[in-house]
Write a protein that binds this ligand. Sequence first.
Ligand SMILES: *Cc1c(COP(=O)(O)O)cnc(C)c1O
Length: 455
Amino acid sequence: MSTKQKRFFLTEEEIPTQWYNIQADMVNKPLPPINPKTKEPLKPEDLFPIFAEELSRQELDQEHAWIDIPEEVRDMYKYYRSTPLVRAYGLEEALDTPAHIYFKNESVSPVGSHKLNSALAQAYYCKKQGVTNITTETGAGQWGAALSYAAKVFGLDAAVYQVKISYNQKPYRRSIMQTYGAQVTPSPSMSTRAGKDILTKDPNNQGSLGTAISEAIELAVSTPNCKYTLGSVLSHVTLHQSIIGLEAEKQMEKAGEYPDVVIGCFGGGSNFGGISFPFMRHNILEGKKTRFIAAEPASCPKLTRGVFQYDFGDVAGYTPLLPMYTLGHNFMPANIHAGGLRYHGAGVIVSQLLKDKLMEAVDIKQSESFKAGMLFAQAEGIIPAPESSHAIAATIREALKCKETGEEKVILFNLSGHGLIDMAAYDQFLSGSLQDFEVTDEDVAKNLSELEQII
Ligand SMILES: *Cc1c(COP(=O)(O)O)cnc(C)c1O
């Protein structure tokens, strides 16, 4: 066995005291979200009925690069942070690559994923404002689990709409949310107008993040003292997730290296942005040449096959219009196991960065992601979440390129979560019954042509 140092940590004092807001440093700022009723650029006040006020301000802040982490939130971060930065010697050996591979292990959070970093912040700002109830949507259940726990920490009641397919495929996540004290409803449901509309048209609708978001927002705006929260896509979520990259930056320094490539899996962009933006800052400000790669599923390829346009964030069209790479808010992703990546659009910051070629995107088929997850589990001992396996697959592609060229590149990826509650998915892979789903350019064009001209 190797005696080389494998894991790098920070002391409590070294845990960052501020989040990083890349919007302040971007040369081309994201276009403004648009209020669909007035067709005017959104102001923070427009978001107050839905989100906590401080989160609404963070969402549209293009001015302040650094935002203080409230002491109450940082105190909670200390329960599981810093998360380890790990040199993946085992994976390097398995691939016989000269590349140096590192991963940031966000799976060690109490709920098993990076999602808690933003859930704690969002629950805190709601509590501080006197909110008593919070609602949200969840796909695979990772965000719902994080929010349910964060709500409990800050003494709030949580109501979670879970995408129906995941509610049935992943019953243990539902139990986890219920264990933390949340009320969980499969979406689409008959409890909201949006849900009823969808079920009337399509009684077998298995739901998507888009349907669940519509239901959660409807409940939030129709219930007193209740706010909605979102676990991905939005800029304030990515802001909170910058803790991942800020820690990784200090930890890489302890390891004596700097990444040539940074990789994250991509649902709406929060863990990708979280690990990437603190490093991208040095590309923007100091001309560093690090590459950033978002790994998305071939079945939901908004970055690699979507178009850049204004679109709604949800199926019913309750959200503001967002300038983003999208497959169309009416897009129904295939039922892949990486539920956290089944979303039709990308966050506005990432969309602008991709348009400006400050980052790249690759699409990964489900079978390739599971092969990568299996290899990683056997090499490093950690069973990755199916979402995270997309980042691992992209990392393996890069590491194998290094093997061909003999380059000793430094690759850093984010392990966004563990897969211990996803073993039914691994079971399907092991028994050979896992399916690949691919979306063609024609599918996307057809879907987008069905969208009413919204802007
Ligand atoms: C939710 C989730 C994702 C996808 O969301 P992003 O906002 O794109 O990070 C990825 N991995 C895990 C483990 C998740 O729970």
